[in-house]
Design a protein around this ligand. Structure first.
Ligand code: ADP
Ligand code: MG
Length: 611
C-alpha cells in the first residue's frame, strides 16, 4: 500500500497549471488581465510562433515593488484581496494569485518591473524556469510598469506540448483573446505583433465614433452596419452595447461577446435570455451577434466559480434573466430604423479596417439585406385597435392607377408625410409586392409580411385579453389520431384561451367550434392539425403557456394571405401601411426578411447610370 506524502509546491503549481494554462492563448489572457488590473493605459503584446516560442506582454501600469517580485511568482500570492470579505465583492479581474506561479512552472518566465512609487531609475527582473525558481533579483532597464516574458511553453511537460495545434491555430486563439479584452476596455491601447508583424494597433477609443471603429475592427464592418445600440437600466442593473439586427444572423455563435462588470463570461442564463429575446425574430438554428456589457453591484455576482473565471454565478439569476430578456426584447421590437445616415454611424467610420476584420465581414446571404436597415420607417401610422380584425379593403379595383396624383404629391412633394414603404405599383408572380417610395424600389414578401402582422396582433390581443373568438357557422368536424384527440381534450382550456375551441366527439374525431376572429378567413383545418401536431411534439409535460407564442405563430401562418393570391392595389397599400405600424415587421415569424429596398442610387449603379 502506498503511503501519503505532501506534494512539493512545484508539483502543486504544475497541477494548478493544468487548469489555468491550457495553451498560449490562456497565458495571454492571464497576463493581459494582470496588466489591466495594474491600471495600464497601453499594452504591447509580442508573439512568436503562435505563442509557442514567445509571448511577451509589456504594460505601463503601476508595476510591482522590487521586494514583491519574487512573491509575485509564488503560488497563492496576490495584491488584490487580503480578507475573506473581499471575495464577496471582487472588482479586479484576477484574485486567485496563482497565474504567474502556474505559468512559471511550465515555461521559462521572466518578470521585469519598475513600480510607480519608487525613485529608483532602474527596474528589476526575476526568473522562473519550470521547476527552478531563481529568486535573485537583477537590475534591468524598465520604465514604470511591468513586462512578462514567457518562452518555450510546456518545454518541461511534453505531453501537454503535444496537444498544441499549428502555429496558425494557436495564434488565432491568441488574437481572439486580445480582441475580447480589447472590447472590454475601450480606454486602453492594445497592440499585437506576431512574428515581427503588426496585427493590431487599437488606439484608445474614447468617443463613440472611435468605439464603433474598434467594434468594426474586432467584429467586422458587417456587424457594425447591421447592429443597433442598446442602453437600458433597471433595478440597479445596466445593459449597454450593440446587438445585431435579426436579418444579420449567423450560422455559428461566434460573434457573441458578453461582459459582466468588464469580465468576459459565458453563462447559460445570459445566453438563454438573449436567445429568448431573439426567438420571435430569428430563423431557426441561426445565432444573433452581440457585444453587450452588463454592469451590476460586484456583490451581486460571484466570480469565484471556475479557475479560468469564465463563469459567474448571479446571486439573483432570475432578476438578471428577466432584465436581459426584457431589455433586448424591447430593443428588437423597436427596430424601425430611421433616415439613412442618421443612426448609421458606420457611414462615418473611415475605411480603416484590419485584414482580419474584413475577412470576418460576413458574407452570409442575409447580411445582404442590409439595405433594409437603412430605410426610413419613422412615422408609423397609428396601430389598429388591438384585437381588431385584419382585413384588406374589399372594394379594391385592380384597375385603379398604381400611384394616384395625391400619393405622388405625398411622395415627391417634399412634405413630411411620405410613407416609408411608399405606394404599391404591382404584384409580381403572386408573391411579391412592388412599391415605390421616395428613394427607390421596395419589394415585399406578401405572405411573410402578413404573417408577421397577424402574429403581432394576436400576441397583443392576447396580452390585453381581448382575443376575440368567432363562432363557426358550421362547426368543422375533423378526423384525427387518438393521440391528437387526447391532446385536444387535455389542453381544451388553454386552447380556448388562445381562441380555439375544440371538442372531442369520438375516439378519433374532434369538432372545431370557435376560432380566433383574426384567423377566421384562414385555412382552419390545416391550422388545427398543425396546432395539434405542435402540441404533441412539445409533449404534455411542457405547459402550453410556455409555447404560447409558438402556437400563435403557427396559427398566424395559416391565417395569413397565401402566396398566389391576387391583391388589388388598395389591398397592397393597406398591407404596406400595416407593416409600417407593426412591431418587428422587418421579419416574418421565422426570421426571414419581409421586405428589401433598392435605392435609386443602387439601381443607377446597376445600369451604370450617371457615371
Ligand atoms: P492574481 O492576478 O490573481 O493576483 P497572478 O499570479 O496573476 O495573480 O499575479 C500575482 C500578483 O503579481 C498580482 O496580484 C499583482 O500584484 C502582481 N502582478 C502580476 N502582473 C502584474 C503587472 N503586469 N503589473 C503589476 N502587477 C502585476
Ligand atoms: Mg492574474
Amino acid at each position: 500500500m502506498n503511503r501519503i506524502n505532501r506534494l512539493s509546491p512545484r508539483l502543486a503549481n504544475q497541477i494548478a497549471a493544468g487548469e489555468v494554462v491550457e495553451r498560449p492563448a490562456s497565458v495571454l489572457k492571464e497576463l493581459l488581465e494582470n496588466s489591466l488590473d495594474a491600471g495600464a493605459r497601453r499594452v504591447d503584446v509580442e508573439v512568436e510562433q503562435g505563442g509557442k516560442k514567445l509571448l511577451r506582454v509589456r504594460d505601463d501600469g503601476g508595476g510591482i515593488h522590487k521586494d514583491d517580485l519574487a512573491l509575485a511568482l509564488s503560488r497563492h500570492a496576490t495584491s488584490k484581496i487580503s480578507r475573506p470579505e473581499d471575495l464577496a465583492a471582487i472588482d479586479s479581474l484576477g484574485f486567485r494569485g496563482e497565474a504567474l506561479a502556474s505559468i512559471g512552472s511550465v515555461s521559462r518566465l521572466e518578470l521585469s518591473s519598475r513600480a510607480a512609487e519608487t525613485d529608483s531609475e532602474t527596474g528589476w527582473t526575476v526568473r522562473a524556469e519550470g521547476q527552478q525558481m531563481e529568486t535573485s533579483l537583477e537590475p534591468c532597464q524598465h520604465g514604470v510598469g511591468a513586462t512578462v516574458e514567457v518562452r518555450d511553453l510546456f518545454f518541461n511537460t511534453p505531453a501537454r506540448k503535444k496537444f498544441l495545434k499549428t502555429e496558425r491555430t494557436e495564434f488565432g486563439r491568441i488574437d481572439e483573446v486580445l480582441k475580447r479584452l480589447a472590447l472590454s476596455r475601450f480606454d486602453v491601447q492594445f497592440n499585437l505583433r506576431h512574428n515581427q508583424r503588426t496585427v493590431h494597433e487599437l488606439r484608445p477609443a474614447l468617443s463613440e465614433l472611435d468605439q464603433r471603429r474598434r467594434i468594426g475592427l474586432v467584429c467586422g464592418p458587417a456587424f457594425l452596419e447591421n447592429s443597433v445600440e442598446v442602453d437600458q437600466r433597471a433595478a440597479g442593473l445596466r445593459l449597454w452595447g450593440w446587438i445585431s439586427l435579426p436579418a444579420f444572423s449567423r450560422s455559428q455563435a461566434d460573434l457573441q461577446y458578453f461582459y459582466v462588470n468588464g469580465r468576459i463570461v459565458r453563462d447559460k442564463i445570459v445566453s438563454h435570455a438573449i436567445r429568448q429575446a431573439y426567438q420571435d425574430v430569428l430563423y431557426q438554428g441561426r445565432h444573433p451577434a452581440y457585444v453587450l456589457f452588463l454592469e451590476l453591484d460586484p456583490a451581486a455576482v460571484d466570480v469565484n466559480v471556475h479557475p479560468t473565471k469564465h463563469e459567474v454565478r448571479f446571486r439573483d439569476s432570475r432578476l438578471v434573466h428577466d432584465f436581459l430578456f426584457r431589455s433586448l426584447h424591447r430593443e428588437l421590437a423597436d427596430i424601425k430604423p430611421e433616415v439613412p445616415g442618421s443612426n448609421q454611424l458606420s457611414d462615418q467610420v473611415p475605411p480603416e479596417t484590419s485584414r482580419e476584420a474584413s475577412e470576418r465581414g460576413d458574407s452570409e446571404p442575409w447580411a445582404q439585406t442590409a439595405a433594409q436597415a437603412a430605410l426610413p420607417l419613422r412615422d408609423a401610422a397609428p396601430i389598429r385597435e388591438a384585437g381588431g380584425e385584419y382585413r384588406f379593403p374589399t372594394q379594391a379595383s385592380p384597375a385603379s392607377p398604381a400611384v394616384t396624383p395625391e400619393q405622388y404629391a405625398k411622395l415627391f412633394g417634399g412634405g413630411e408625410e411620405a410613407p416609408p414603404l411608399g405606394y404599391a405599383l404591382a404584384q409580381l408572380h403572386g408573391v411579391y409586392i412592388l412599391a415605390q417610395n421616395r428613394d427607390g424600389l421596395i419589394i415585399v414578401d406578401m405572405h411573410a409580411a402578413h404573417e408577421r402582422i397577424t402574429y403581432e396582433r394576436m400576441k397583443q390581443a392576447l396580452e390585453e385579453e381581448s382575443l376575440r373568438r368567432q363562432n363557426l357557422l358550421v362547426p368543422l368536424s375533423l378526423a384525427v389520431s387518438e393521440a391528437e384527440a387526447d391532446c385536444a381534450e387535455a389542453h381544451r382550456e388553454s386552447l380556448l384561451a388562445l381562441g380555439l375551441e375544440l371538442e372531442r366527439v369520438a375516439a378519433e374525431s374532434v369538432v372545431v367550434r370557435q376560432v380566433p376572429a383574426l384567423l377566421k378567413d384562414g385555412d382552419i383545418e390545416q391550422l388545427v392539425r398543425d396546432v395539434l401536431s405542435d402540441l404533441l411534439e412539445f409533449g404534455s409535460s411542457d405547459r402550453l403557456e410556455n409555447r404560447r407564442n409558438e402556437l400563435l405563430s403557427t396559427m398566424a401562418c395559416h391565417g395569413s394571405v397565401r402566396a398566389n393570391r391576387r391583391l388589388g392595389i388598395d389591398e397592397m397599400n393597406a398591407l404596406l401601411r400595416d407593416m409600417e405600424a407593426t412591431e418587428r415587421s422587418g421579419q416574418c415569424n421565422h426570421g426571414r426578411p419581409t421586405w428589401v429596398w433598392q435605392s435609386m442610387d443602387e439601381l443607377d449603379k446597376l445600369f451604370l447610370r450617371g457615371r
